[in-house]
Design a binder for this molecule. Structure first.
Ligand code: GDP
Ligand code: MN
Ligand code: MN
Ligand code: MN
Length: 251
């Protein structure tokens, strides 16, 4: 397989047609995977906001005060309010705000970004990233699969990496269950989240700074002959780590 950045993309603005901008720059093949940083999807969708849009209520004020006490740094209650208004669940309120987005993705600060956002304070995640991926997928010549990615921290490990938060045109995961290992043992649990692995590879090309390469094409990679699954976001009911956190929070 091969990965390369879509060259010469400008600063993305509200209303920009990402699919057309990509198609102008690359001759796509139907088996390419087009990996798009959520940052530019959000910009094209006009998901910018300003702190003044979020007058803080009592809960945001309390969260910000607690975070300020814990960290010793100044915390803007308007930012806490923006986070609360862009999530459906607060998994942890301290020492950072861990939230569930309406579309199921658990991340810090509702995935609200403060880097690479000109003219505004905040960039919110796309409202429905898989729908966003679907629009780009359908608009691109050859209709290749499209992933919308975001940088995220990980529990238990230092460092950030890219994850896929929306996808279209391919399943999220390869289901290896029922296939055999080299000793002939049947695999019982392995469902490989290939969209996250592709996001990680694409992010090696994009980087995190001012590189200006938000769209990366994966070429000559095959999903292969496996069952697929779109079950990527754990629900609370089957998420034992999250349940344990919740107990800790209310103890
Ligand atoms: P996120 O991981 O989705 O939050 O996106 P990042 O902020 O990490 O940006 C990913 C890549 O896209 C980096 O190489 C940025 O320099 C680049 N980038 C971000 N916004 C733009 C933009 O509007 N235009 C271009 N050309 N590159 C951008
Ligand atoms: Mn960013
Ligand atoms: Mn981000
Ligand atoms: Mn990033």
């Amino acid at each position: 397989m091969e990965l390369f950045a879509v060259p010469d993309l400008p600063e993305i603005r509200e209303g920009d047609d990402l699919a057309a901008m990509i198609a102008d720059r690359v001759d796509l093949r139907e088996d390419d995977v087009v990996c798009v940083a959520s940052t530019v999807v959000s910009k094209a969708e006009g998901r910018t906001a300003d702190l003044d849009d979020f007058p803080p209520g009592p809960r945001a004020t309390e969260i910000a005060r607690n975070l300020e006490e814990i960290s010793g740094d100044e915390k803007d209650p308007r930012f806490a309010q923006a986070v609360l208004e862009n999530c459906t669940d607060v998994v942890m309120a301290e020492p950072f705000i861990l939230t569930e987005a309406p579309f199921g993705h658990v991340s810090v600060n509702a995935g609200i970004d403060r880097s690479n956002v000109p003219d505004h304070d905040l960039l919110l995640l796309p409202e429905r990233p898989s729908e966003s991926a679907g629009h780009v997928h359908e608009s691109l010549p050859e209709s290749p699969p499209v992933l919308v990615t975001d940088t995220a921290g990980r529990s238990f490990r230092h460092g950030q990496r890219a994850l896929t938060i929306g996808w279209a045109g391919m399943p999220a995961s390869r289901d290896w269950r029922g296939e055999t290992d080299r000793d002939g043992h049947e695999l019982q649990v392995t469902v490989q989240s290939v969209v996250d692995e592709l996001a990680g590879a694409a992010n090696l090309v994009s980087g995190e700074g001012d590189g200006g390469d938000p769209v990366v094409i994966v070429r000559d990679w095959e999903f292969g002959d496996h069952d697929g699954s779109d079950n990527l976001f754990r629900e609370m009911r089957g998420d034992f780590v999250r349940q344990a956190l919740r107990v800790w929070e209310f103890d």
